[in-house]
Design a protein around this ligand. Structure first.
Ligand SMILES: [Zn+2]
Length: 118
């Protein structure tokens, strides 16, 4: 991936992050009013490989997605953004366009989803 493309996806990720943070903050403020057990760091999770796969596949709420956006931003800095974590092939631009925080290619996702269902 060239520098221009990386910049493009980084921008996309940052915008998405901002949007999600607003939602998460609103939810946290609401929950603060009703209960005092706050202080969870939303992006500090460390996971094993299969936990990571599960967590990625099941990521549905804003906090989960924020975590994967952080991961993608780290990848951009490390220079391994857009490469599938499982098979090391390039993730297609079409896929990154829809899901800029994708860490697996389509083939691996299909594979993982099969495993998760069984
Ligand atoms: Zn793959």
């Amino acid at each position: 991936m060239n520098e221009k493309e990386l910049k493009y996806y980084k921008n996309k990720l940052l915008k998405e992050k901002e949007k999600l943070l607003k939602v998460v903050r609103r939810v946290q403020e609401d929950s603060l009013k009703s209960d005092d057990s706050s202080g969870d760091d939303i992006v500090d999770k460390s996971l094993g490989t299969s936990e990571r796969e599960h967590s990625y596949l099941l990521a549905s709420n804003e906090t989960d997605i924020l975590y994967w956006i952080e991961e993608a931003l780290k990848k951009i800095d490390n220079g391994d953004y857009g490469i599938c974590e499982r098979c090391n092939t390039n993730i297609s631009h079409r896929r990154l366009e829809i899901k800029p925080y994708a860490i697996y290619c389509i083939d691996c996702i299909e594979d993982l989803e099969k495993n998760i269902g069984s």
